[in-house]
Design a protein around this ligand. Structure first.
Ligand SMILES: [Ca+2]
Length: 426
């Protein structure tokens, strides 16, 4: 096995970065993660040629918090986005333009930065992607839009170019893909950071051939009117997989495959009864594993060795990792909570030991090595994920030492997070 020990910073050709995120894709929602129902040949090929992560976690159990952590490299609590930025209650405010984001870092290194798809970090134009380091933004800012009419669940038209409302037709997933492909074709001679935040497979459940369900200010069926949700879900995942294939083909066509690091992940676990979290307990909005252990794949032909990675990695680790890949020491920018895992792409070794934390709704959770502490309302648990990935055997009484260590760490972390002003709470 040969590892190529080169990063962007010392490669002759600087690398581009493409970050593709699915919305509400669960741990069992790809064929390469064990799905029997879904055909995902492009993502499966990425996983086969690249690195498939088995212990990757979204920093949040729902959309906005994960996106805040992804953009800032820190626990989402520090930027005040612990809960969902809701269409009903959070029309003003959002991720502060003063936060140092992944896009700010790429931009400061001369990268052309573009985002296509779902932002969900502020409805107010003062908090849009173009105010947070992106040169280009085409997409939506709410939690979900109709895949055809591009109307959010409160009846607002939600599709933008920069900070201007833009009328554009097209099936959401294909529209995002087309923007990405055009961007790659038009910027093939530049260094770029491209963030593709797909709406799929989040509801409303609509395939390419379905009709629009939502109209402006009309009665909005939040999850859509199609009765065959399972069928719609299959079509939505297929469109997403097609889109990934078209993006990789655009890289190939422009001779950029070996100059581009591509990372694919989900933003939280799947919705119960529609998506699949595989064998995991729980789903989106919970801190059982099904809420935050999600698919993730790294792809970089000729640069990274294919394989399986079982390191504990979170969304917030992508900022320091990508900063390292584009040649910046992230210590120069902020004090990230995330860690740089770029070495695991080239020359795997042991990552520094750490304890990581989640908090959402009535849940708190801490993870150290294979041990996971969870508190759900007043019930406390300790699981050994190595032998009990399904979180069935509560070891809090039989392993009091590690239980108390994690419980105390959790309290210390909550104490530290109490200093922040929360824009969205639990
Ligand atoms: Ca989501």
């Amino acid at each position: 096995m040969t590892y190529i020990l080169s990063t962007c910073s010392n490669s002759p050709d600087p690398c581009n970065i493409i970050l593709i995120m699915a919305d509400d894709m669960g741990y069992g929602d790809l064929a390469c993660y064990g799905s029997k129902d879904l055909q995902t040949p492009n993502l499966d090929a990425m996983a086969l040629k690249g690195i498939k992560f088995l212990d990757y976690h979204s920093s949040g159990a729902v959309c906005s918090p994960t996106r805040a952590a992804l953009m800032t490299g820190r626990y989402q609590q520090r930027s005040g986005i612990e809960g969902v930025v809701t269409a009903a209650r959070h029309r003003i405010g959002g991720l502060s333009p003063n936060e140092v984001t992944l896009s700010d870092i790429a931009s400061s290194e001369g990268y052309r930065t573009a985002m296509f798809g779902k932002w969900h970090l502020g409805y107010d134009t003062a908090h849009f992607p173009v105010k947070n380091g992106f040169d280009v933004f085409n997409g939506f800012v709410s939690g979900n839009i109709d895949y055809h009419s591009h109307i959010d669940q409160t009846g607002h038209y939600d599709w933008w170019d920069g900070t201007d409302s833009l009328f554009e037709e097209g099936y959401l997933t294909d529209l995002i893909t087309e923007k990405a492909v055009a961007f790659i074709d038009n910027n093939a001679n530049e260094q770029f950071f491209l963030y593709l935040a797909h709406g799929a497979p989040h509801y409303p459940y609509q395939g390419r051939l379905d009709k629009a369900d939502r109209i402006v200010n009309g009665k909005v069926p939040v999850v859509g009117t199609r009765k065959d949700r399972a069928g719609a879900y299959i079509e939505m995942i297929q469109a997403l997989d097609d889109g990934v294939g078209r993006v990789l083909a655009a890289l190939e066509r422009n001779n950029l495959s070996e100059k581009t690091f591509v990372f694919f992940c989900s933003d939280n676990g799947a919705t119960p009864n529609v998506g699949s979290n595989g064998i995991l307990r729980g789903a989106k909005s919970t801190l059982w594993e099904g809420g935050h252990r999600v698919p993730a794949i790294a792809y970089w032909p000729e640069k990274i060795e294919s394989g399986i990675n079982d390191d504990l990695i979170l969304s917030m680790d992508l900022l320091p990792t990508i900063a390292q890949l584009i040649g910046i020491d992230s210590k120069n920018y902020t004090l990230p909570d995330g860690i740089d895992f770029s070495q695991q792409l080239f020359n795997p070794s042991t990552l520094p030991e750490r304890t990581v934390y989640w908090r959402f709704n009535k849940f708190t959770a801490a993870r150290k090595e294979n041990w996971k502490y969870i508190k759900n309302k007043d019930q406390e648990y300790l699981f050994n994920l190595k032998t009990d990935l399904q979180e069935q055997n509560n070891l809090k009484d039989s392993e009091p030492e590690i239980f108390n260590i994690l419980r105390n760490s959790m309290r210390d972390w909550e104490e530290e997070m109490s200093q922040y002003k929360y824009f969205t709470g639990r």
